[in-house]
Design a protein around this ligand. Structure first.
Ligand code: HSE
Length: 435
């Protein structure tokens, strides 16, 4: 770096947990970052909703603050967007491109729903958009997919990409507590949002799954093409039944490529065998398990949320974009040359563990197995646990695990089991993945 190198002007939009840590890193590591980038990274402003509130933060001179995100975005060489959500983040990013600035963002919801609009706008303007922090927080996963694995063919990704749900499921498993109680405690500890819908209903994971699948399969996968089920319906009985069959329950983002036929992307809870590497991902940690034709299996593991870990990925992107700016080149943009169809999740092939409450009487197993056979679904194992005969009724729990079958056939089995005379209740249905 020459001593006369003009600084690169950096604007930060949004000053929450991640924004503050990004600013802290820019200030504390200014000299190292200048050497790594090739020029000083000069903070020119910070956009916040209410500058008076953020004034409580002593480390930032109030002169940097503005509530005009779009105006600030036009005055920088690189804009770091950490506002989150769709608007005003989208407009500010588009304004940055128009003004010739590149953008670094962690905004998975915006990329999941408006990614192509932003990638196209960046390309037209001859600038870049980098978003490593949008999936897996601190974990380097998008650059490995887009660059390190560019010579390989990725066939499948299984990801634990939401820390809140992993924390809740982990504590249900290790402490035997119910969903509502663990969630309440997680909120008290600040691990879960006051409104936890985006996390526990799988919306956050679905956005990340769309970004992962788009990058891995060179195909546009919008978030609304991702089939989604959250974890709020899971009970302690589901967790206990998982343990009994040697599994743990995880919320998985699953992206699969079926040759040239298409891709299927889904988010749902699943039983993962205890011996699978994803089973050992505990607490708020994330991990992304990638299967590629030449590389085989890879796993990327680390902290998927939190201000300081996420700031590592954001500032890493910032240095990369700054380097490109100085050398005049651009990193890889959106790659959609395959344009594979996104297939309905009903075409996914999976296995189910179904828990049935049944009358403990002759012919029950025959009736139940007939339902599976009628939809050409093969049973792998059946376990029966006798009831206690309470209320003079002899009931038993049947836990049936199927072999692999199409989702649609499995769905029909579950519907027909509910109508089967000897089945008192379908107590739990959960997919089995990772085998
Ligand atoms: N709410 C997310 C999680 C934060 O729990 O993982 C990072 O996207």
């Amino acid at each position: 770096m020459s001593s006369s190198q003009a600084p690169i002007r950096v604007a930060v939009l949004g000053c929450g947990t991640v924004g503050r840590q990004v600013i802290r890193l820019l200030q504390e590591s200014a000299s190292d970052l200048a050497w790594r980038a090739g020029a000083p990274l000069e903070l020119v402003g910070v956009a916040v909703k209410d500058p008076a509130e953020t004034g409580l933060w002593q480390e930032l001179d109030p002169a940097y603050l503005t509530d005009d995100a779009t105006g600030l975005a036009r005055q920088a060489d690189i804009v770091v967007e950490l506002i989150g959500g769709i608007e005003p983040a989208r407009s500010a990013i588009l304004a940055a491109f128009e003004a010739g600035a590149s953008v670094v963002t962690a905004n998975k919801a915006l990329l999941g729903s408006h990614g192509p609009e932003l990638y196209d706008a960046a390309r037209s303007a001859g600038v870049e958009i980098y978003f490593e922090a949008a999936v897996g927080g601190a974990i380097p996963i998008l650059r490995p997919i887009r660059e390190s694995l560019a010579g390989d063919t990725i066939t499948r990704i299984l990801g634990i990409v939401n820390g809140t749900t992993n924390y809740v499921l982990d504590r249900m498993t290790t402490e035997g507590l119910g969903f509502a109680e663990v969630l309440r405690q997680a909120q008290e500890l600040g691990y879960a949002e006051a409104d936890p819908t985006a996390d526990v209903e799988g919306f956050d994971a679905a956005s990340k799954a769309a970004i992962l699948a788009s990058s891995a399969f060179h195909t546009r996968v919008p978030v609304d093409a991702v089939s989604r089920q959250g974890i709020s319906h899971l009970t302690l009985d589901d967790i206990v039944a998982a343990r009994a069959t040697g599994h743990v329950v995880k919320l998985l983002a699953i992206a699969e490529r079926r040759g040239s036929e298409g891709v299927i992307v889904r988010v749902h809870p699943a039983l993962v065998p205890r011996k699978h590497p994803l089973a050992s991902v505990r607490g708020v940690f994330n991990a992304i398990y990638v299967e590629a034709e030449a590389a085989g299996e890879l796993m990327f593991y680390g902290r998927g949320a939190g201000g300081r870990p996420t700031s590592s990925a954001v500032v890493g992107d910032l240095v990369t974009v700054a380097r490109h700016r100085l050398t005049g080149g651009l990193g890889p943009g959106e790659s959609v040359y395959l344009g594979l169809p996104v297939l309905p999740a009903g075409q996914a092939v999976t296995r189910l563990q179904i828990r049935l409450l049944v009358r403990d009487q002759p012919g029950v197993l025959a009736g139940v197995s007939k339902v599976f056979a009628s939809h050409a679904v093969s049973i792998e194992t059946v376990r029966q646990t006798a009831g206690d005969g309470a209320n003079g009724v002899d009931l038993a729990t049947l836990t049936v695990v199927t072999h692999k079958a199409p989702e649609t056939a499995l769905g029909r089995v579950v519907a027909d089991l509910s109508d089967e005379a000897t089945v008192v209740a379908v107590a739990g249905v959960i997919r089995v993945e990772g085998e």
